[in-house]
Write a protein that binds this ligand. Structure first.
Ligand code: HSE
Length: 404
């Protein structure tokens, strides 16, 4: 039997308890031993909760209990979660987490401590919710040079964009629904402004390219500027608006990482990833494109990945799984502004004015009878820096890269 402790009894922590209980036979069989939750640490009270007896407030009880070999951190954030994770690793315990903010900001340091202490720091649930992505990258695709990884990495914003397209539902109403379903972050600004995607693409970049990329090194734009007009314009030319995280490994080994809404061609499978689903494309030099698809957020899908890591940690109590990378090197980063693409642009102005600034463009026909003064069009290929200089010359309402 293996004793574990869960830190944080919120959406994910309670989901982990539920999966361990409900799937006890499977968990025992796959871990080749019984997994027993000895403590749940949370500062809140849970009167009447079936697991009330396990709940304690003092983390040092876990830290000082030699029987607890695996600690599950589902607190979130990079404050107390960092302190408890560090102390658990230093106490010789493996740590399993869904905390993308902590892995993205402190992952290099924490994996180093894990290595020094001969324990494991596992975080399959930190990217893509229940989708297996960390292990496939580090194990199944290990024979490849990964040239690019991109995709839909946030369930909340994809749910909002999908509802805007399908049902014309208002933004605030859909966000409330995403919160009620347990998809959104404690502070949903992290979803809406793209920070959650930024953290996840940083983790993927580190795993794919072997070097830590910190969130503050990554240009990040959320979905605040996406309007129903943009979604309708995109549909007219066979595209769907999606918030993407993207990391590119150039031939000279430089790395470009950024987060922004894109117009994705309806020929590209990523455009049909709807609702809370995530879809992640990995481009390897031997395998070509592989896409990972599934529930990207939510209590049980996320718990599914956390419990799989608990099982893995239980099976590797006396062995280290290789999961680490080099620290960041600002010299290795290539500005996203140097990347070329076609651009979708919507401006307040006339077609003549657009032509005089942007030259040869393809206009998207306006709805008959609509006279809102907006003109939408698609540019020729140009890099982000050149595009910005042109955008500065007009009253640009929206401008998104196009991906085919
Ligand atoms: N808020 C996140 C999302 C949770 O919506 O994708 C899963 O990481």
């Amino acid at each position: 039997m293996l004793d574990i402790a869960i830190l944080g009894f919120g959406t994910v922590g309670s989901g982990v308890m539920e999966v361990i209980d409900q799937n006890a036979d499977m968990v025992t069989q796959n871990a080749a031993q019984e997994i027993r939750v000895k403590y749940i640490v949370d500062v809140r009270d849970f009167p009447g909760n079936p697991y009330e007896k396990l709940i304690i407030k003092d983390f040092s009880v876990v830290e000082n209990d030699p029987d607890v070999k695996v600690v599950v951190e589902t607190i979130g954030g990079a404050g107390v979660a960092y302190d408890f994770t560090r102390r658990s690793l230093l106490a010789g315990k493996s740590v399993v987490t869904s905390n993308k903010e902590l892995v993205a900001t402190r992952g290099y340091e924490l994996t180093q401590i894990a290595r020094e202490k001969g324990v494991n720091y596992l975080f399959e649930a930190s990217v893509g919710g229940g989708i297996p992505i960390i292990r496939p990258i580090t194990q199944c695709l290990a024979a490849n040079r990964i040239n690019e990884i991109y995709g839909i990495l946030n369930g909340t914003t994809n749910f909002i964009l999908t509802e805007m397209v399908k049902n014309g539902t208002a933004f605030d109403e859909t966000l409330r629904e995403a919160q009620a379903r347990g998809y959104a972050e404690a502070n949903p600004e992290a979803d809406i402004k793209g920070h959650d995607v930024c953290r996840k693409i940083c983790i993927l970049a580190a795993l794919c390219f072997g070097r830590h990329v910190y969130p503050d090194q990554v240009p990040t734009e959320g979905i605040e500027r996406v309007t129903r007009k943009d979604i309708a314009n995109a549909a007219k030319i066979g595209y769907t608006v999606k918030l993407l995280g993207r990391a590119i490994h150039h031939e000279d080994d430089k790395i470009t990482v950024y987060v922004a809404p894109h117009l994705v061609s309806q020929e590209n499978l990523v455009s049909s990833v709807e609702g809370v689903m995530n879809g992640i494309v990995v481009r390897g030099n031997a395998i070509g494109d592989v896409m990972f698809y599934g529930a990207g957020a939510g209590k049980l899908p996320t718990a599914s990945a956390v419990v799989a890591d608990i099982i893995d940690a239980a099976k590797h109590i006396n062995a280290r799984k290789w999961l680490s990378w080099a620290d960041s090197d600002p010299e290795s980063l290539l500005d996203a502004g140097l990347l070329e693409s076609r651009w979708y642009v919507r401006v307040a102005g006339s077609e003549e004015a657009v032509k005089s600034v942007f030259g040869d463009v393809t206009f998207i026909p306006a709805d008959p009878g609509r006279a809102d003064g907006d003109v939408a069009f698609v540019t020729e290929r140009m890099n982000g820096k050149k595009a910005e200089t042109l955008f500065d010359q007009m009253a640009v309402q929206s401008a998104f890269r196009i991906i085919d």
